[in-house]
Design a protein around this ligand. Structure first.
Ligand SMILES: [Mg+2]
Length: 183
């Protein structure tokens, strides 16, 4: 059995914000740039009611969302060295679309899917893994020393200077001992 490696899904494997930002922009009446989202509290940053954010997070986002650059080759390469756990947080009604998205983009790759509910700590689902790659800093809360938190760089997590940070998939693979150029 290989060592287990945990990956978040949204904004680590797939680019949810590319689909989500135009929806919010249409409601608030101005374009949104990824760079202005300096905190994960998106409604505070954009100065809108939380319900605006929630109303745009719907299952059909996963019909549109594309993989992040390097993620498809990166997950495949990682799977050669590690047993991959995908741990994603969302309400239960998202499970089917997320599973379908992963099957579309990673056919034949063994993925251990562990869905986490919004009120749960992600740490309890990934404590048997050697690391967790995630863009949401709160998901590192409660990780045991045996599970290293690695930040997938996004504008909303740049206030953190504690966890190691991967600028992209190629950098992440190098950090976990897979120094390879991916297309
Ligand atoms: Mg995420």
């Amino acid at each position: 059995m290989k060592t287990k490696a945990a990956l978040d899904m949204d904004n680590v494997i797939l680019d949810l914000h590319d689909c989500w930002m135009p929806r919010v922009a249409a409601i608030i009446g101005r374009p949104i740039s990824r760079e202005e989202l300096w905190s994960h509290n998106f409604h505070h940053v954009l100065q809108v009611d939380r319900s605006v954010i929630d109303s745009t997070y719907t299952v059909d986002l996963y019909d549109e969302a594309l993989p992040l650059a390097g993620a498809v080759d990166g997950v495949r390469r990682l799977a050669e060295e590690y047993d991959i756990v995908i741990c994603s947080t969302s309400p239960v009604e998202f499970d089917a679309v997320k599973t379908a998205w992963l099957e579309r983009h990673f056919p034949g790759v063994a993925l251990d899917l562990r869905y986490c509910r919004p009120q749960e700590r992600k740490a309890k689902h990934v404590s048997d893994c050697a690391f967790l790659l995630d863009d949401y800093l709160k998901n590192f809360d409660g990780l045991p020393p045996s599970c290293r938190g690695i930040v997938y760089d996004q504008p909303w997590n740049r206030m953190d200077a504690f966890y190691p940070r991967a600028a992209n998939w190629e950098a992440f693979l190098a950090m976990v001992g897979i120094p390879v150029a991916i297309s």
